[in-house]
Write a protein that binds this ligand. Structure first.
Ligand code: NAP
Length: 343
């Protein structure tokens, strides 16, 4: 059922940065039968925010409105598609993404192994088209079931309708106004293993191996690499990559490369033109890796991850982020855009 607490609700345990903030009220959606009630709450006029695992959000102050935590659970294998090795899997928005990856692998369903250990919920996955180690959700997403807040109706949006881009989708582009609430997703997975090992960290893990690794071995390697490089939000507050990798047109990329020949530049994925720069490299070059200001800091192993060492406030982390943006712009003329959503 959807429960509402009218008192100021503590959000510190509901965001992976572990910053303290309160919402005017908190509603928890854990039953599909309450979707129309939820649409009414979200339409009511006061500000509203949909929260999944809280792993991509930074609260810079208290939230003067309703926070809706989506806890819809359930996952199932739907059907095999005729004459293919493709099988549809459905998962509700409140499920943990990593648990879903593990669950599919145990059933011999492949395609998600490179996306192991990404924090957050299934419902958050299409919002920023999660990606890692050369695989994006876009490659396996079949459709999204979503509640349209305006009319209170459920729709099934095809992958094309979700307009997935580089860490982007229509669900991020509502201009601050909640328009869709993701209820469940359908993924087209495969019973055939097709290991993708193009990223150097993964390639190194298996360079000595023939035959190629199984999908479970790939998933285990991704977990090992991530645990080595990225802080566990349960131990050290963080929201994964704080900034997106900036993208450039060919001419700007060539000009930057001429000035900084050692700069790694990659072609954009998703068959889009242009190039991307690793934001972590830019930040590290500006001397921020391992920097600490009070309890707000830049992780010592990964410059793209801002961390809360204990009692940092959201605005202290935001101020650190602004200084990082300014110094990257000053040194490279490149604007870093946050991947994390500021509230
Ligand atoms: P990495 O392997 O050190 O690579 C640095 C950056 O260069 C990455 O961001 C990646 O872009 C790009 N890159 C590297 N090899 C590439 C290749 N062969 N082809 C195209 N682009 C390449 O990256 P990392 O920081 O350790 O992260 C590993 C993966 O996990 C990355 O895919 C990253 O996006 C993902 N990740 C995501 C989050 C998050 O919160 N969203 C957090 C940590 C890591 P891409 O980012 O486009 O892959």
């Amino acid at each position: 059922m959807a429960m509402r607490s009218s008192e100021g609700a503590d959000l510190s345990r509901l965001n992976s940065f572990r910053v303290s903030a309160r919402a005017r009220s908190l509603a928890i959606l854990n039953d599909r039968s309450h979707l129309s009630e939820v649409a009414t709450i979200l339409r009511a006029g006061e500000p509203s925010l949909i929260l999944g695992g809280g792993s991509n959000v930074l609260f810079t102050k208290d939230f003067e409105g309703t926070v809706l935590q989506v806890c819809l659970m359930g996952r199932r294998v739907l059907e095999a598609r005729a004459n293919t090795d493709s099988i549809l899997v459905e998962a509700h928005a409140g499920e943990s993404w990593h648990d879903l990856v593990t669950w599919t692998l145990k059933r011999g369903l492949f395609g998600l192994e490179n996306l192991s250990l990404i924090p957050g919920s299934v419902g958050a996955a299409p919002v920023q088209n999660i990606g890692a180690y050369g695989v994006e959700l876009a490659e396996v997403l079949e459709s999204v079931e979503a509640l349209n807040i305006e009319d209170g109706q459920l729709y099934r949006l095809s992958r094309e309708a979700c307009e997935l881009g580089y860490r982007d989708s229509i669900f991020r582009r509502a201009g601050g106004q909640v328009r869709w609430l993701i209820v469940s997703v359908r993924l087209a997975l495969s019973t055939s293993a097709k290991p993708r090992l193009v990223y150097s960290d993964l390639e190194r893990e298996f360079s000595h191996r023939h035959p190629p690794p199984s999908p479970t071995e790939v998933a285990e390697a991704v977990c090992r690499i991530r645990q080595r490089k990225l802080p566990d939000p349960k131990q050290l507050g963080n929201a994964g990559s704080f900034f997106r990798n900036p993208t450039l047109d060919q001419q700007s990329a060539e000009q930057l490369k001429a000035r900084h020949p050692e700069m790694p530049i990659w072609p954009n994925a998703m068959n889009t033109s242009g190039f991307k720069l690793p934001a972590a490299w830019l930040i590290e070059r500006c001397g921020w890796k391992g920097a600490r200001r009070g309890d707000a800091g830049v992780h010592s192993e990964h410059a793209l991850v801002l961390v809360n060492y204990g009692k940092a406030t959201g605005s202290e982390i935001a101020a650190l982020a602004a200084d990082i943006q300014a110094s990257v712009f000053e040194q490279f003329g490149v604007r870093l855009e946050p991947e994390v959503v500021f509230v």
